[in-house]
Design a protein around this ligand. Structure first.
Ligand code: 6R9
Length: 644
């Protein structure tokens, strides 16, 4: 790992809101008197009834619970839209860049977004959607996706956005889990010149999700899609409703959204975020980490199907009155220059993307970057997975011409917003390090037994203090919430990440230490892929581990034991990969699949994943202690037939 230091550039030292001493003072203020600190910060939101209480929480089993600003009342959509109208009604809120570069982008002012959201909210209301109801949103990256999300927030419905790359099976599971009555989708999506049959996928999902009473279909591509008895066209319904829709007063702790994410056990968890604390956290972190100024263009190149899109395409920037760019397509389509052409076309000042995208772009060399200007860029961000120093330097030198600091932001779906990150005007950077905790964040490193490790060391990353943006529960399973995050190291929130802290107190996230793998910055539970594989009639057993992948960060390596009498073949390998795609979605497709006559197990029948990981990594010289295996011979066979 690299320890070279990149000091704060002069331009940033001059202009930044928070410099080194500002950061230190704020960190100390949050530590010394959290109640006073958070109540003061909460003043940046527009409250219907201002809170008098800040955090009320305990991570201990006996009095476990997390609440923030619990006596406050507000509406999240009104905070993102209505309160900006007087001063910034005619400022662009959303710039939309289409997949197809020859098409015109679209601009929506705050007033226009407000109008669109009110109308969308009234369409949902006309379908009987009320405060507390769940609405599943399965949409391409088009402006209506943003309108639908904010419309839910406006009427107090709980949105559950499902990434447009998920399969009908995965959508159905998510609809059923939170019991959505209404689904919002589009005829088709577009990405990298390809069409995605969203409506057809919803049709298939709804067959397995009896709670659904209505599917609202936005016309995006104009494809001819069959409309059934549950379906209505959005544009037709929108013509029938009023333009005005007052925001619903919401308690600070009323749910805002559910977002499903993979964990170390089979079924994805519905991570629940509530209204005020989440909004405050994304608004504050958007300001601290990106130092946004009026007139600038902020581009978070994520999909709204992931938490990064929720927090830094929509809620954070809009709460701060920013101009946020929403891009329908892929960074490298039609060619490797596209992402930089979009930067130039819209004079983007801050770009926030994932290391996997950078590694894919790096493969095409510097020329596609260098033929664009990028002079508008002043800050670059990285999120989703550890950034290798090589990609960091390329981002800094080639994309940013050595001029732009890199904000390597560590956080999780569960944390709502950024937790450990440089501040551009305060933090000297080290390539590959997320640097230091934000105010209110108290990280600790612990060993396997939970002993707290001091100084420069490595361990498992836990957080000892609650923060306003913390998830509140797993939808429908509060006990699972407690069990998953608060029992491994009692009294603390366990992140699932391993981490190193250096002599300067900088944090270096080393990756997941649980059975979650990070594929192209997206979380995938190994158990999820295993469950999909064993659904196939020819599969007896499966074990899935991560393997190094030069673009995706980690790839998926599956060991599959077939039923007795079934022979492994290339056709069956392809069939199993297609099967996983169908069950979960393209992101879960195994990168390598090895037929395994047996899996290495302990005498008590536990699969020894440590050994499988080594084989997947190709590091078979050091398999460690195999003496506890029930049948050591299976390992030799696996090593001999490693998948390429
Ligand atoms: C925001 C998001 C969370 C997991 C997290 C960690 C990894 C995210 C990172 C990072 C190193 C960073 N991760 N940001 N690792 N450096 N800057 O990605 O949420 O999809 O829930 O994933 O991603 O392993 O635990 P989510």
């Amino acid at each position: 790992m690299s320890d070279e230091l990149y000091p704060v550039p002069a331009y940033w030292a001059d202009r930044a809101t928070l410099d080194e001493s500002g950061y230190a003072a704020m960190y100390e203020a949050a530590r010394a008197d959290p109640d006073a600190f958070w109540l003061e910060q909460a003043g940046r939101l527009d409250w219907i009834k201002a809170p008098r209480k800040a955090g009320e929480w305990s991570f201990d089993e006996a009095d476990f619970g997390i609440r923030w600003f619990a006596d406050g009342v507000l509406n999240v959509a009104a905070n993102c839209l209505d309160r900006h109208l007087a001063e910034r009604g005619d400022t662009t809120a959303i710039i939309w860049e289409p997949d197809e570069p020859s098409e015109q982008p679209r601009h929506f002012t705050y007033r226009e977004v407000h109008g669109e959201v009110c109308r969308f909210a009234n369409v949902l209301k006309a379908q009987g959607v009320a405060k507390g109801d769940r609405v599943t949103i399965y949409m391409p990256m088009i402006p209506e996706a943003a309108f639908a999300v904010l419309a839910c927030a406006r009427i107090g419905a709980i949105h559950s956005v499902v990434f447009g790359g998920f399969s009908p099976e995965a959508i159905a599971g998510r609809i059923v889990d939170c019991d959505s009555r209404v689904v919002v989708t589009a005829d088709e999506g577009r990405r990298g010149g390809k069409r995605i049959p969203l409506k057809a996928n919803v049709d298939a999902a709804v067959q397995r999700a009896p709670s659904v009473e209505r599917v609202v279909v936005v016309r995006a591509t104009g494809a001819d899609v069959p409309m059934g008895p549950l379906d209505i066209w959005y544009h037709e319904a929108a013509g029938l409703v009023a333009a005005d829709c007052p925001p619903e007063p919401m308690n600070a702790e009323d749910p805002l959204f559910v977002l499903y994410t993979s964990g170390s056990t089979g079924k994805p968890k519905g991570v629940l975020h509530t209204s005020a604390g989440y909004l405050l956290w994304v608004s504050l972190t958007h300001e601290w980490c990106f130092d946004y100024r009026p007139g600038e263009v902020f581009w978070c190149a994520a999909d709204i199907g992931w938490v990064t899109g929720h927090s830094y395409i929509l809620y954070g920037p809009l709460a701060n009155g920013a101009t946020t760019l929403m891009y329908e397509g892929l960074p490298n389509w039609p060619d490797a220059s596209r992402i930089w052409q979009v930067v130039d076309r819209h004079q983007v000042n801050t770009l926030f993307t994932a290391p996997t995208a950078l590694r894919a772009l790096m493969k095409d060399g510097d020329e596609p970057v260098k033929r664009t200007s990028r002079a508008s860029l002043r800050l670059l961000g990285s999120v989703g997975e550890p950034i290798n120093p090589e990609a960091w330097r390329w981002y800094h030198e080639v994309a940013g011409d050595g001029r732009c600091p890199i904000v390597d932001a560590w956080w999780q779906t569960e944390t709502g917003g950024i937790m450990i990150s440089p501040l551009p005007g305060a933090t000297a950077l080290k390539p590959g390090s997320a640097t230091r905790p934000l105010p209110g964040v108290d990280p600790q490193l612990v060993d396997e037994t939970g002993r707290v490790l001091e100084g420069a060391t490595s361990g498992n990353l836990v957080l000892t203090q609650s923060w306003p943006g913390q998830m509140r529960t797993v939808w429908g399973d509060h006990d699972r919430f407690f069990q998953t995050y608060f029992t491994t190291y009692p009294g603390t929130y366990f992140t699932g990440d391993g981490c190193r802290r250096d002599e300067d107190g900088y944090y270096w996230i080393t990756g997941r230490v649980d059975d979650v793998i990070n594929v192209s910055g997206h979380r995938m539970g190994t158990a999820e892929v295993e469950s999909a594989l064993v659904l196939h009639p020819k599969v007896a057993e499966a074990a899935v581990v991560g393997m190094p992948h030069d673009v995706k960060g980690q790839g998926i390596y599956a060991f599959v034991t077939l039923n007795a009498g079934v022979e492994g073949s290339e056709e069956l390998r392809a069939e199993l990969c297609t099967h996983v795609r169908r069950e979960i979605g393209p992101i879960a497709t195994p990168d390598a699949l090895q037929f395994a006559p047996g899996l290495p197990k302990t005498r008590s029948g536990k699969i020894m994943r440590r050994i499988l990981r080594k084989i997947a990594e190709g590091d078979v010289s050091q398999l460690g202690d195999t003496s506890t295996l029930a049948d050591p011979a299976v390992v030799d066979d696996l090593v001999a037939h490693r998948a390429k």
